[in-house]
Design a protein around this ligand. Sequence first.
Ligand code: GLU
Length: 304
Amino acid sequence: MNYEKILSEIAAEIEPLRTVGKQADYIPALAKVNPDRFGMCLATVGGDVYEWGDVTERFSIQSVTKVFSLSMALSYMGEELWRRVGKEPSGSAFNSLIQLELDRGIPRNPFINAGAIVVADVLMSVLDNPEADYLAFVREICGDDTVDYDREVASSEREKGYVNAAIANMLKYYGNLENDIEEVLRFYFLQCSVEMDCRQLAHAFLPFADRDRAFLFGDVRLTYSQVKRVNAIMQTCGFYNDAGEYSYLVGLPDKSGVGGGIGAVYPGRYAVATWCPRLNSKGNSVMGMKALELLTTYTHESIF
Ligand code: GLU
């Protein structure tokens, strides 16, 4: 497969979308990001890397981080985790409060905000040093020690994080948060603030595509079957209330974030990351979605 040629064809074809959508502005620090960026990196399980555009500029991975926190929580808790959070697509916005109330404090899945806040709480209860341990895992999985939190983004998000604070309060009300609300929120926002570039993100997703190497990073270990399940949740829940549309168009397990990043896997073959800060109304990167749609169309490589 000539991925290099395909990536440059994709870049040319998505060019008309350059000005479509806008960056997330409900997090003040993200509103300052230059929206006119696009990068794409595809890393194969065999070790080849193909890139296009702004692949070495770091961005806030935001909800893409939820794949790493779910992996960690699943490694420590196993199936017990599903007593605290569901695994059904939500069909509603990533920060829906109404749905959480109807479901009496059990979030639909670990990728909507409510679910990720519960996962953050779970990690706080099992990790000795949640902040340091989480970062150590993220660095291990992408194989880069320089990856870090962006504390300015995290505190900027806390400053205006009214809805997430409401979600955390409701979780506490229903008995689904063990730790202090403010501390859980702080940890959740820090996780979201992790900065990576496309190259690092593609490598961080590679273990979810690689069927031959064991998923083992520090003491975070997932069985083949657990990796399969994380991928399944990415497929059904990774794009919030765009998940059906996204599956229809692309057909790869992936996770988006309001920083404009997307991490995706083609199991057995490669991981791919895209970044463009311009989002659609559901909080997903416009150019990134189109690029991945074209990738599976041109390569005929999709899980369907
Ligand atoms: N930190 C963001 C929030 O809680 C994550 C949302 C996203 O990336 O989709 O609103």
